[in-house]
Design a protein around this ligand. Structure first.
Ligand SMILES: Cc1cc2nc3c(=O)[nH]c(=O)nc-3n(C[C@H](O)[C@H](O)[C@H](O)COP(=O)(O)OP(=O)(O)OC[C@H]3O[C@@H](n4cnc5c(N)ncnc54)[C@H](O)[C@@H]3O)c2cc1C
Length: 366
């Protein structure tokens, strides 16, 4: 493999898309000593730009650990903190998630899961706390904390990564035209760029990719609001009661998020806004102002696992997608796994390998 900075020759990995997937993967390749080139069109749909960036290692419905949380959380800290040092900025903030209990049954379930000799879930604080003021009118009677949760400032991470990548390699800000890609056994050529391999990280726009549009995705549109309030007392921790209120600083709070599977676009809707405001107003009765309303599409897969690996026919075509609702947690671990698998020529985990969908491949596709 070559170790070029600005790509004056053959690039190791050309990456299409610089959302969370493309960003984390590009940095992981660079750390492993590979050269990369990026093609990303800033005006196209990107859920990373509007993601709340929360990581939560707990599934609230059953109070179980979320899938692979024990492995994903350490890798998350390692990855973002090491790039914070390189880029000399802050990307992540560890925060508790405040889980409110409205019923006795919920409280007992939490205690059962978090206490005892060998608690089922060590991300759950084993105590119940009382009387937390959320604003002047709302006192949270019973609550507890999820530990080792937090948030990534996703838009800041994308921006800083873009600048860093521009200093290291070619970054083309244009729409990738799949028809222009030329494939040969040992390289790919796109306009003036020649690479050994290409990785597609296009989020839900995978649907427009003729090489991978057979992957069974189940994208979910989501909406969030940002509000300004001088009355909400949350400073750092994230409030959760079937929706979240996340403090952003300077009296700003992110409220989210909705799920919708039928209309898949980035257009904020009145229904989405009403749904979020209804939930917010059930807690906050003090005045606030809506600052912004955003929408995006989560690239989820039918089995809700990432989808990564090598194309069944073309050995220099790769996919890194399917980060769904949990890009912040999943991307560092699985980018490393994809890079390690390429380095050591071993398959990625069965659960995430795109090969699990090989029967969906039309066979006649490009
Ligand atoms: C409302 C909402 C809230 C969310 N909150 C969280 C959260 O709190 N925590 C969390 O972990 N996740 C969250 N997510 C999910 C998260 O945003 C996604 O999993 C993640 O952003 C997916 O990243 P991606 O890089 O795969 O796709 P995207 O972010 O969509 O990026 C794809 C990139 O590829 C580019 N692209 C695509 N096609 C082309 C082409 N042909 N040519 C050039 N460029 C192209 C696009 O411009 C874009 O930059 C949320 C999502 C939504 C919608």
């Amino acid at each position: 493999m070559s170790h070029l900075k600005k790509n004056k020759g053959l690039i190791d990995f050309l990456i299409v898309g610089q959302g969370m997937a493309g960003s984390v993967l590009a940095l992981t390749f660079i750390k492993a000593g590979y050269s990369v080139g990026i093609i990303d069109q800033p005006s196209l749909s990107s859920s990373s730009k509007i993601a709340a960036g929360i990581w939560n290692p707990v599934v609230f419905k059953r109070l179980t650990k979320s899938w692979m949380a024990d492995a994903l959380i350490p890798e998350l800290f390692k990855f973002y903190q090491s790039w914070e040092r390189v880029m000399q900025t802050q990307f992540i903030q560890e925060r508790h998630i405040i889980k409110s209990f409205s019923e006795e049954q919920e409280k007992n379930h939490w205690l059962k899961k978090s206490q005892g000799h060998e608690p089922d879930n060590d991300f759950l604080d084993p105590h119940i706390y009382h009387d937390l003021p959320i604003d002047e009118h709302y006192l949270l009677k019973n609550y507890s904390f999820v530990n080792q949760a937090g948030s990534l400032n996703a838009s800041h991470f994308l921006k800083e990564t873009r600048s860093f990548l521009k200093s290291q390699c070619d970054v083309l800000e244009e729409t990738f035209d799949h028809k222009t890609l030329q494939l040969s056994a040992d390289s790919v050529t796109y306009k003036s760029l020649k690479a050994t391999n290409i990785v597609f990280c296009e989020g839900h726009l995978i649907a427009t990719n003729p090489y991978f549009n057979w992957i069974p995705m189940k994208p979910a549109k989501g909406e969030t609001l940002t509000i300004y309030s001088e009355h909400i007392k949350l400073e750092k921790d994230i409030f959760n009661k079937g929706f979240f209120i996340m403090p952003l600083g300077k009296n700003l709070f992110k409220i989210g998020a909705t799920y919708e599977w039928d209309v898949l676009d980035d257009i904020p809707t009145q229904e989405g806004k009403d749904e979020l405001l209804n939930k917010l107003n059930s807690v906050i009765t003090s005045p606030y102002r809506i600052e912004s309303h955003e929408a995006g599409v989560r690239p989820s897969v039918i089995d809700r696992r990432p989808v990564i690996g090598k194309h069944p026919r073309h050995t220099n075509l790769f996919l890194f997608n399917g980060l769904g609702t949990k890009a912040v947690m999943l991307a560092p671990y699985f980018a490393k796994q994809l890079v390690d698998s390429i380095l050591h020529n071993k398959p990625v985990d069965e659960d995430v390998d795109l090969n699990r969908f090989k029967n969906y491949h039309p066979g006649t596709s490009s």
